[in-house]
Design a binder for this molecule. Structure first.
Ligand code: 1Q0
Length: 222
């Protein structure tokens, strides 16, 4: 056994998608198709949390659509090699001067680089939140853990309006117990193990992304 009936719904698919992002760890590169798939799985989870989280889903969808538009672009020979992986995207967009480093270009499709950076920052939050959740004890509150993780990560990149709205949404999060039920009905121990698996898969992806962006001095792209 060793797996949950509910795991198939949530964590397991997300974990396998993020694991599939890095088929060759030595390459230190991310497959974008799997990255988008990981986000599609997260989106399912967000949607299951209810309409109060709709503004967050909308934002994720709009970022995913930008990436998909880039990925779907036909460059004449019918293939889209440029957007197969993170490194190929970065090299392609830098060599074509598609990345706006100053925040001056207001029109046109935003670059894949600045768009993925937004999702990357959100994954840094998710990693910390799920890690905290996995280590938490029974009496701790999911809203508090979520808020703490947020203040340490994503909040740095948000203005006060988004920060306030986000903190209201956190209050509507299901309790720690209910989240674990969602991950793995009836088996808290297994829920925790699945969480740890998810945390490790996400960490591998965020570590690589962070390095690539740092190498190209793109961690602050406007
Ligand atoms: C469960 C609660 C999650 C809350 C995470 C904090 C999210 C607050 C973010 C609200 C974003 C909406 C407003 C728009 C912000 C943008 O300005 C900002 C920057 O983009 P730009 O183009 O203006 O420069 N966008 C972002 O920062 C992207 C933020 C994406 C947030 C993605 C949150 C993903 C949540 C995933 C699922 C949570 C599930 C929890 C348990 C999961 C177990 C599998």
């Amino acid at each position: 056994l060793g797996r949950c009936s509910g795991g198939d719904f949530l964590l397991e698919r997300m974990t396998s998608a993020f694991l599939a992002c890095v088929p060759f760890p030595g390459d230190q590169d991310i497959l974008l198709e799997s990255y988008v798939e990981g986000w599609a799985q997260l989106l399912k989870f967000l949607n299951a949390l209810g309409t109060l989280f709709g503004f967050i889903s909308d934002e994720v969808v709009s970022k995913m659509e930008i990436l998909q538009q880039h990925r779907g672009r036909d460059d004449g020979d019918g293939s889209h090699q440029e957007y197969v992986s993170l490194k190929s995207m970065v090299h392609h967009e830098l060599s074509r001067e598609m990345v706006d480093f100053k925040g001056t270009s207001r029109d046109g499709l935003p670059s894949g680089c600045r768009t993925l950076l937004r999702l990357h920052r959100a994954l840094l939050w998710l990693h910390l939140f799920l890690d905290k959740l996995g280590r938490s004890s029974e009496h701790e509150s999911s809203s508090t853990l979520c808020g703490e993780a947020y203040s340490l990560t994503l909040a740095h990149h948000h203005g006060w309006l988004v920060r306030n709205t986000a903190s209201l949404a956190f209050l509507a999060l299901p309790s720690r117990g209910r989240l674990f039920e969602l991950f793995c009905p009836g088996d808290t121990g297994q829920a925790v193990r699945e969480l740890q698996g998810a945390v490790a898969a996400i960490k591998q992806v965020t570590d690589i992304t962070e390095k690539v962006y740092e190498q190209h001095r793109m961690l602050d792209l406007p």
